[in-house]
Design a protein around this ligand. Sequence first.
Ligand SMILES: *[C@@H]1O[C@H](CO)[C@@H](O)[C@H](O)[C@H]1NC(C)=O
Ligand SMILES: *[C@@H]1O[C@H](CO)[C@@H](O)[C@H](O)[C@H]1NC(C)=O
Ligand SMILES: *[C@@H]1O[C@H](CO)[C@@H](O)[C@H](O)[C@H]1NC(C)=O
Ligand SMILES: *[C@@H]1O[C@H](CO)[C@@H](O)[C@H](O)[C@H]1NC(C)=O
Ligand SMILES: *[C@@H]1O[C@H](CO)[C@@H](O)[C@H](O)[C@H]1NC(C)=O
Length: 937
Amino acid sequence: MDKAPASGRPLQPQRRGFLALLALAVLSYSLTSTFLLSSNSVQVPLNAATTIAQCRALSLTPGPPKDFYSRTTSDRFVPGTKPTLIRNATVWTGGDDGKEILTAADVLIDKGIIQSVGKVDISRLKLEDYVVVDAKGAWLTPGIVDMHSHLGVGSSPHLSGASDTNSHKGLAQPWLRSLDGLNTHDEAYRLSLSGGVTTANILPGSANAIGGQAFVIKLRPTPERSSNAMLLEPPFTVNGSEVDPFAKPRWRQMKHACGENPSRAYSGTRMDTTWAFRQAYDTARTLRDKQDAYCARALDGDWAGLGEFPNDLQYEALVDVLRGRVKVHNHCYETVDLSNQVRLTQEFKFPIAAFHHAHETYLVPDLLKQAYGHPPAIAMFAAHARYKREAYRGSEFAAKILADNRLDVVMKSDHSVLDSRYLLFEAQQAHYYGLPWNLALASITTTPSRVMGLGHRIGQIAKGFDADVVLWDSHPLHLAATPTQVIVDGIHQFDDPHTSPNKNLGMQKLPETPDFSEEAKLALEYEGLPPLEPKETLVATNKTVVVFTGIGEMYVKRDGHVVELASRFDGPDSVAVVKEGRTVCVGLHDECALWITEEENGSVRYVDLQHGSIWPGLVSYGSALGLTHIPGEASTKDGSTFDPLTGSVPNLVDGTLIRAVDGLLFSSRDALIAYRSGITSAIVAPSGGFLDGLSVAFSTSAPHKLAFGAVLQDIVALHVTISLGGKASVSTQIAALRGLLFGEADVEREVKKGFEGAARGKIPLVVAAESADTIATLVLLKKEIETAKGSTMRLVISGATEAHLLAEELGKENIGVLVRQRPYPSSWEKRRVLPGPPISAKTAISTLLEHNVTVGLMSDDPSLVRNLRFDTTWAAFQWDGAIDRAKSLELATTNVEKLFGLEHSNEDLFASVGPGGGFQSKVAAVISPSRGVVDLF
Ligand SMILES: *[C@@H]1O[C@H](CO)[C@@H](O)[C@H](O)[C@H]1NC(C)=O
Ligand SMILES: *[C@@H]1O[C@H](CO)[C@@H](O)[C@H](O)[C@H]1NC(C)=O
Ligand SMILES: *[C@@H]1O[C@H](CO)[C@@H](O)[C@H](O)[C@H]1NC(C)=O
Ligand SMILES: *[C@@H]1O[C@H](CO)[C@@H](O)[C@H](O)[C@H]1NC(C)=O
Ligand SMILES: *[C@@H]1O[C@H](CO)[C@@H](O)[C@H](O)[C@H]1NC(C)=O
């Protein structure tokens, strides 16, 4: 039973000032004391009125005070901020379950608040006092709300002196507060704002069962520059333990975590973590019961020997959880952990606001509904999964399935696990995989606001809400949608925002996403591990002819470039006829029909692409795809090589170049998903330290190494990593590389031969390096070697976050780069990112391409390799030249192959149903001439 404190009438939120209340309290105190003194002759404590108020307040539910809704000025208003009138916007308000859209609407902002929405009578305004924005019909949404972020507590760039996410001083520490570690100088504030993120819940990390209290902040800079000034409606306890008992309490937030992380941090098990929860909650329950017993007597006027109100600064926040006054955010993935937590809520009777990450929640909706109080919301990634065991059954269809079960879905970044600048991309992907559009937009605005108890002021565009709005260059659920302005508390965050030039009119409409209902069903049927192999493989022996009809566009590789097939395409009449994996005819149906014999005619398979595309198979590079199944599990992956700079190389392999081909692991779920997403081949290098070894190119669909076409090239390039903060200094790493390239280092056999090959340009040398300083050193080293050897090296820089600073030199020296589509300053050597719109006109990719640098795309995370198709399309939209599909495809095909010398290794094509290569299309088939097959998905 939940013991509610004995209370009289609940104290209503007061509109009068504190002094007036105090006067009232003193009056009631004197009345009570007079009465008590005369009847019982008991000494009534001087602070009795406060104590009584405190006791009565224990049963108050947090929320805005009554007068909140008639506020005319925000408590976050910065005096001097000009009012803003946004005219003619298409407003997604967040109202009507996310379905309300106002067209040609005006939004009037003043005093940090949205003053009116819809038709604004401008005749009564002195327009010269306003910042007037003509939206020209563009989309306007509420500011994005990230319910799970470590921005400011985990630093970007990462520096050990500003690493405040996790305490390692105890499994259950409800007394810790993320606010106390909130660094105000993180690079990510501005970057995340540039993605439209205006508010974030800053959670402690997940190393503890109870990691501490979280705080909601707005990301804009403040005139005061303090962390305090960033807080949004903080609980009154923020300034200390003495709380005005007469004020209606505000919601608090708290982090819990279960499963692998607390186990790992404390060398324990799930049993230990669950016990830590129970012990802490038992302590809180005991304290709560003491308080309630105390208050029962105080409210009865039974003061004899009552003493002080029982409290404990370490447990008061957890007591508040038991009183239902804290939004509990519970990092919890697997069914075992979800079950444990649901039991815990039943044992101690408290609600959980949200399960976070929660990769298995979609498998157990009924379990979630058994949680005490109400079913938790689910805060999740869209497609980021399989990085550890508890994420292994994660599904891209989870959001849709949870919503089908009427559970609240929130998309979150876990910044900087994902860069919160692109939280919108998570909502877009959730929508792509089946979450209804209204819920997808709500999942990063209204839903998290409501779940955090802040739905009265953020997450909607409506009169009286905080003036946090984002103006977009396309429909917000369209791939690559980018803010053109972000307004927080009425303040414009970008003085001179740059816009992406390539957005076209078609992008102003909601993308029509493909149907994934069959896949979603299979995800459930197979407990999160549905078969990923093609539905059907048509091999040469079948003698089946496949005819792709309704082709909207077709691109192929030719002479090291991607070209569009000259065509009279885009009609139901355009076809490609494929026999044994070879495309024998592309053109109008009547012409190509000649290629189908009468004998074959009976068994022709037609695949209608519905204005879709046929593109060259994409190549993945940069992640451990091919060397790992579960990155967090040592026993599922190839592992690390020895680092010669630490002197740890065993004699047996000293002088040997480690080959990735020897460690290849096929049929990982990430590889099969990549294949189904059009990434038909991958390059992977061993990794370990300075001298990584030799990379391999392989087919993502192969079942094992001995299968035909599994290994495309067993030795591709020689890989070295140079990084700041490594075990040896950068100058030591460069000295070692120089020695190796000059053949002067005292090394044996293969290593000597390998570097001699690299110095002579017989094999590409791929150096992972991020900082412009390191890259500049490598440019000079290349010249030095080439002059000495009379050779031309094939140097490629991978990572290359700061390469745009040297674009001209790299172009001149013919040094290629492999870069991420969305760079992020996670470390010091990556801090000079070129962010792109709205912060800068150019991106690193556009800058490098302008200088004729060969640019390939890379991705770091094996579970996100699947997004390479989106990444190429996204890069094209950011370009400040004309949209050029062919060039954008080169980034993930011919350019990568050129850099690695793999020009003819893979002639696969893939076909997608639906137009555009973005969220309107779905990969339907891979056409492989080398293997003589067509795989149908
Ligand atoms: C609003 O913007 C749209 C799109 O640019 C334009 O067609 C329309 O004329 C504008 N309406 C007003 C009232 O300015
Ligand atoms: C905390 O103290 C600061 C400085 O006195 C004040 O501005 C702020 O309103 C206080 N916050 C709360 C929640 O009481
Ligand atoms: C094609 O041939 C393969 C192997 O020869 C066989 O397993 C498959 O069922 C055949 N498919 C069709 C559609 O005939
Ligand atoms: C193949 O079959 C279609 C009908 O399915 C027919 O229209 C066409 O003429 C046939 N072509 C040949 C070459 O037999
Ligand atoms: C890049 O190449 C093009 C075509 O060869 C050439 O016109 C242009 O001047 C080059 N740009 C730079 C910066 O070298």
